[in-house]
Design a protein around this ligand. Structure first.
Ligand code: 4AD
Ligand code: MG
Length: 429
C-alpha cells in the first residue's frame, strides 16, 4: 500500500510503501539508515541485515543524495525520530540514481543556492518555510471568507499607477503602454461599492532598483477593502487579521517552526489589541535614538526597528504626513497635513508588513491630489467615477505576504519566502 509520510501515524504495524528521494544515508555494518523525503515529510528507514531482502541491503550502497526510491517496510512509532515514526525496511527499489547533486550538506553561499533555487526548495528549511507560507495563505483566505468578504481579484495589466510612478513596471499591451499592478487597491475600491466587503489577493510588482532584505520585485499582497469603514475600523480589522494568521501558524505549523528554530515565545503574545502611535509620537521615539532622523520624513528600516523594539506586539503608526503618502489617502480634516493612513510594523525589527488607511472620498480633493502627484486624470476617470456615483467612506489595507512569512519564520531575508524570488539583479531560475 502506497502511503505518504505525513500519514504514517495511521499505519503503525502495517506494511506500506513510501515513494520519495534520498535525503541522507548512513551505514554501520549490520544496519543501514536511509532518510527519505516524499514532500509531505521526512522518514528514517532502517535496513537490518536479515530483516530486509539481501539484495536491498547490497543495493543500498548505490544510493546517493536525491536518488529516487520506493521503500517498503513496517511502520513503527519512534518518539525519538523527528516525525515520530520510522520504517523497518523490507525492500528497496531504486528508480533513479542521481549523480553529482549540486547541493550537498556542506555550507553553500547564498548566491549559489539562489542559482539552484529549483533544487534548493527540496532542503529541509526551505521545505518548512514553504509549508508555513502555504498555511498563511490558507489562513488569509479563511479569515476573509469566514467574515462575509467576497474575493474579487484585481487585474495585473493596468493603465495607471497606484503607488507612485517611480517603481512602475512598464510593458507593452499590443499598441498601448501598460503597467504591471503595484497594488489592487483602486480596483478593490470599485469592488467594495459592488459587494461591500471585498479582498483581492495576487501578485504585485514594483521596480525597486535596490537590493534590500525586505524588497522583492514581484510579491504577493492581500488587500481587503471595506465600504463605510474609517481608519480606526481598518486598524481593528488589521489587528484581528494578523492575530488570526500568527496564531494559526503557531497551532498548525509548530513542527515547521521547530525546524526553523523559530523562537515561538516571541509570536505567542501577538494578540489584539496592538499599540497605536500617532506619527508624531513615533517620530519622537525615533529622534531620541537616531538624531539624524528628520521629523516629517518616512521611516527607514532602522527607524522602524527602533519603534518595534519598544513593544512585544506589532505597532500601528497612523497619521503620517500626507506629503510622503499616496495620492488616494484621505487627509484628516482635524489636521490637514496628516494622512489617515495606518501602517503596521511587525515585532523584532521585521518592519512594515501592512500599509493602508482611509481613502479620499471627495472628488475635488482627489482631483487636486492627482495634479499634485503629476498623475494624468484621463487614466483615473474610472476611479473618479467612484466619487461621482455614490461616494462613500472606505478603508482598506495591503499585507505583504512575503514580509509576513519572513517575520513569522524568523528569516533575516525575504528571498527565501517565495518559491522563485524575483529580485533586483536576479531573474533565474
Ligand atoms: O504600503 P504599500 O505600498 O501599500 C499599498 O500598496 C496599498 N495600496 C495597500 C492598500 O491599502 N490596499 O504596500 C503594502 C505592503 C507593505 O506593507 C509590504 O508588506 C508589502 O506590501 N510590500 C512589499 N513586499 C515585498 N517587496 C516589496 N517591494 C514590497 N512593497 C510593499
Ligand atoms: Mg507602505
Amino acid at each position: 500500500m502506497r502511503v505518504y509520510i505525513s500519514d504514517l501515524s495511521k499505519y503503525v504495524g502495517q506494511t506500506v510503501e513510501l515513494r520519495g528521494w534520498v535525503y541522507n544515508t548512513r551505514s554501520s555494518g549490520k544496519v543501514k539508515f536511509l532518510q527519505v523525503r516524499d514532500g509531505t515529510g521526512f522518514c528514517q528507514c532502517i535496513f537490518f541485515r536479515g530483516e530486509c531482502d539481501e539484495s536491498s541491503f547490497t543495493e543500498f550502497e548505490k544510493l546517493t543524495q536525491e536518488s529516487t526510491v520506493y521503500v517498503t517496510g513496517v511502520v513503527r512509532a519512534e518518539p525519538r525520530s523527528p516525525g515520530g515514526y520510522e520504517l523497518g525496511a523490507k525492500n528497496l527499489e531504486i528508480k533513479h540514481i542521481t549523480e553529482n547533486y549540486p547541493i550537498t550538506p556542506k555550507e553553500h553561499g547564498t548566491d549559489f543556492l539562489m542559482s539552484q533555487r529549483h533544487l534548493w526548495l527540496r532542503s529541509k528549511n526551505q521545505h518548512a518555510i514553504m509549508r508555513v507560507r502555504s498555511e498563511i495563505i490558507s489562513a488569509i483566505r479563511s479569515f476573509f471568507d469566514g467574515r462575509g468578504f467576497t474575493l474579487m481579484d484585481a487585474p495585473i495589466f493596468t493603465p495607471n499607477a497606484c503607488e507612485g510612478t517611480s517603481t512602475l513596471f512598464e510593458t507593452q499591451y499590443f499598441d498601448d503602454k501598460a503597467y504591471l499592478s503595484q497594488s489592487g487597491q483602486l480596483y478593490a475600491e470599485a469592488c467594495a461599492a459592488a459587494h461591500g466587503k471585498v479582498y483581492c489577493f495576487g501578485p504585485t510588482f514594483r521596480a525597486e532598483k535596490s537590493k534590500t532584505r525586505r524588497h522583492l520585485i514581484e510579491f504577493w499582497m492581500v488587500e481587503p477593502e471595506v465600504a463605510f469603514n474609517d481608519m480606526y475600523d481598518n486598524m481593528d480589522l488589521a489587528e484581528q487579521f494578523v492575530e488570526y494568521i500568527v496564531q494559526r501558524v503557531l497551532t498548525n505549523r509548530a513542527d515547521e517552526l521547530k525546524v526553523l528554530e523559530r523562537d515561538v515565545e516571541k509570536l505567542k503574545p501577538i494578540k489584539t489589541p496592538f499599540p497605536r502611535l500617532h506619527y508624531k509620537e513615533a517620530a519622537e521615539i525615533i529622534k531620541k535614538e537616531n538624531p539624524e532622523f528628520i521629523i516629517g520624513d518616512d521611516f527607514g528600516a532602522p527607524d522602524e526597528t527602533i519603534i518595534s523594539s519598544k513593544f512585544d506586539k506589532p505597532v500601528f503608526v497612523h497619521h503620517y504626513p500626507s506629503a510622503i503618502k499616496a495620492f488616494y489617502m484621505k487627509r484628516d480634516p482635524k489636521e490637514p497635513e496628516s494622512a489617515m493612513g495606518c501602517d503596521l510594523l511587525a515585532t523584532e525589527g521585521y518592519g512594515e508588513v501592512i500599509g493602508g488607511g482611509q481613502r479620499e472620498d471627495n472628488l475635488d480633493l482627489l482631483l487636486e491630489r492627482l495634479k499634485e502627484h503629476g498623475l494624468k486624470q484621463e487614466f483615473f476617470e474610472w476611479y473618479l467615477d467612484l466619487r461621482r456615483y455614490g461616494a462613500f467612506q472606505s478603508a482598506g489595507f495591503g499585507l505583504g505576504l512575503e514580509r509576513t512569512v519572513a517575520w513569522i519564520c524568523g528569516l533575516p531575508h525575504i528571498r527565501e519566502t517565495i518559491p522563485f524570488p524575483r529580485m533586483y539583479g536576479r531573474m533565474y531560475p
